[in-house]
Ligand binder design. Structure first.
Ligand code: TIU
Length: 221
């Protein structure tokens, strides 16, 4: 067993043999100019700041033998998996499926849906394309985690209060112990990130724990 004594709200214990790292939606559409995040009016440079720490986290997980699972938020080219409740939302400069500088916005197979180069999956790592905010909705994630015998999940990625928090809540409801790496997740809204971290670990880790990348690395030895 491994332990992060300084995790919040109290020490987090996990078995590295049944733990996976899940990196949520670190794709060009959210992190680079010209994608979905920018089309929604956001400053994407805020998200770019976590790329080096996330790369360090992924390297530590690989070195410790933890499976690394990557997700990408994207839709089928015919948008059959993008309901009007998502497609029509807001007043973005480019809607999902519109052509942009990185191909069609939030569409599988387009350059914008690619994981950013510094965090690219290596051969054998699972990549989950997800049409929703949560990575369990309409994806094979549950089956993959069962196949691997995973019981605890370490979370990273973007954005903290949207796809990361939704997926953590889904995972917690499915019985996984969840820990979010504070400095490997980010939001376009600093106050939302702070609030999400607090609400995840409030009430005795009602959704899960948080810790820093350094703390996790130390636990993985
Ligand atoms: N807009 C926003 O903050 N996030 C998303 O739309 N998707 C993810 O969080 N991946």
């Amino acid at each position: 067993m491994a332990e992060i004594p300084g995790a919040l709200p109290f020490g987090f214990t996990f078995d590295p043999a049944t733990t996976a790292l899940i990196v949520i939606d670190m794709q060009r559409d959210f992190v680079e100019e010209g994608g979905f995040g920018a089309a929604l009016g956001n400053d994407v440079t805020v998200l770019q700041a976590i790329v080096p720490t996330t790369a360090r986290l992924i390297a530590a997980a690989r070195a410790a033998g933890l499976p690394v699972i990557h997700t990408r938020e994207c839709h089928l080219p015919d948008l059959s998996d993008c309901p009007p409740a998502k497609h029509s939302r807001g007043k973005p400069s480019l809607r999902i499926g519109d052509p942009g500088p990185m191909g069609r916005i939030l569409i599988a197979g387009e350059p914008g849906a690619e994981i950013v180069a510094d965090l690219a999956p290596v051969a054998g790592e699972i990549v989950i394309d997800k049409p929703g905010k949560g990575a369990f909705h309409a994806t094979p994630l549950s089956g993959e985690l069962a196949r691997l015998g995973i019981r605890s999940l370490i979370f990273a990625g973007v954005t903290t209060e949207v796809c990361v928090q939704t997926t953590m809540r889904e995972a917690n409801d499915r019985g996984f112990e969840c820990l979010l790496v504070e400095d490997a997740t980010e939001s376009y809204f600093p106050a939302f990130k702070a609030a999400a971290l607090e609400m995840i670990r409030a009430q005795g880790a009602i959704v899960g724990w948080t810790a820093t990348c350094d703390q996790l690395q130390e636990a993985l030895g």
